[in-house]
Write a protein that binds this ligand. Structure first.
Ligand SMILES: Cc1ncc(COP(=O)(O)O)c(C=O)c1O
Length: 388
């Protein structure tokens, strides 16, 4: 984005502004489809749950991974004009409720739609049996996630050695086990995690078959099709030296050969990959101090706002200046009255910037505004959509 456009946007909207470029989202959707043609991608709404983004994904043929009734509502908003039969069809074929732990009240609501749901424990299976017996179940297994920036392994996924007994009990309870899911951790930089997870899944499917446990969806298929949900984790190039999605896709396509199309459907839940590079944040310097010889800029967005991903997502975005000058290492603080509100100590910025100068950060679309707050009376950045 060039300087003149940034200055025009700032005149029009005032800072902080988060610009969401829908053309980029469409590009990401089509890259994912082109490089992983066999995979049905369910956009993980949690990465950025703006209704406008859900709409763009929907209009571009997307499916959805939701983790709360609120997120389900965002998708239902897009399909509310469909005839009831078509709407139900969309829910069955294009929505997965991928939160392994659901409140009883949520399960009651979900039972009205009976979508695919994930689970990973005997207790959750019993709750589903009682409150949402029409759902199709996908068992989430624990898989390695070394080298992924956000670990999900400890909280989610049944230990592999308990998968078969849990499948047996689920089937004996009269529920439908439609497949397996895993998540290798978000921003996965170690592709062996996927290979290992696929190997573990193949072993569980094989063992279930050997024991005569029927896994798969038989309602819309003549033969039961097993769902293999490979989750999210697809890496984004924040710094530029991260391993590429192309390399991962090439490897996955080969490994998918162990899961023939006649028996398996492959799903994924990309979150970050669809939206991270689709947002651009512009902020303004509201004040400057120098302490122990180091320049410290205070800006009008921070850790409680669009930079909340510094904490929750472990991503420290690169902050750049519109105005050029001799760069030095600076600290950048957010606007709140809390010392935790420190965006970075390592921003390479001109040391001679002044109050009112503009800074910006790219790749601010995933796990950013999604966890922004109103803390201390500072509202979240204004969101501006372009190329919708
Ligand atoms: C169940 C589930 N699916 C998908 C995602 C999206 O992952 P990513 O943004 O790494 O693609 C997450 C992220 O936490 C998740 O918990």
């Amino acid at each position: 984005m060039n300087k003149r456009i940034i200055e025009r946007l700032v005149r029009e909207h005032r800072t902080p502004i988060q610009i969401i470029d829908h053309e980029k989202i469409r590009e990401n959707i089509s890259t994912f489809k082109r490089l992983l043609p066999r995979v049905q991608a369910y956009y993980a709404v949690k990465a950025n749950s703006l209704q406008e983004i859900v709409r763009t994904v929907y209009r571009n043929g997307g499916s959805f991974d939701v983790a709360s009734l609120f997120e389900l509502g965002l998708v239902l908003e897009e399909i509310k004009y469909l005839a009831p039969e078509k709407m139900q069809h969309f829910i069955w074929n294009n929505i997965i409720y991928a939160n392994t732990m659901k409140q009883t009240e949520t399960l009651h609501q979900l039972n009205l739609y009976s979508p695919l749901v994930t689970y990973d424990s005997i207790g959750e299976m019993r709750k589903i049996k009682e409150h949402c017996p029409n759902a199709g179940l996908v068992l989430r297994i624990e898989v390695p996630d070394e080298g992924s920036i956000v670990s999900l392994k400890d909280k989610f996924g049944v230990e592999v050695e308990h998968a078969i007994p849990l499948i047996e009990r689920t089937i004996n309870a009269g529920l439908r086990v439609e497949g397996l899911s895993f998540h290798v951790g978000s921003q996965c930089l170690e592709f062996n995690n996927y290979s290992e997870a696929l190997k573990l899944s193949a072993e569980i499917f094989k063992e279930a078959e050997r024991k005569g446990f029927e896994i798969g969806e038989k309602i819309t298929n003549r033969y039961p099709i097993k769902q293999l949900d490979i989750g999210g984790g697809f890496p984004v190039k924040y710094k530029g030296d991260e391993p590429s999605f192309e390399a991962l896709a090439g490897r996955l396509n080969k490994e998918f050969e162990d899961f023939p199309r006649s028996k398996y459907a492959i799903l994924a839940e990309p979150g970050r990959f669809y939206v991270a590079n689709a947002a651009f944040l512009i902020m303004k310097i509201i004040g400057k101090t120098i302490k122990r010889g180091k320049v410290r800029y205070h800006v009008d967005d921070g850790l409680y706002h669009t930079f909340s991903g510094n904490i929750y997502d472990h991503q420290i975005p690169t902050i750049k200046s519109i105005r050029e000058g001799r760069e030095e290492e600076c600290t950048v603080f957010g606007p709140t009255c809390d010392s935790l509100d420190r965006i970075t100590d390592n921003a390479l910025l001109p040391g001679n910037l002044k109050e009112g100068d503009l800074l910006y950060a790219e790749n601010m679309g995933a796990y950013t505004n999604a966890s922004s707050t109103n803390f201390n009376g500072f509202p979240p950045a204004k969101i501006v959509h372009i190329n919708q």
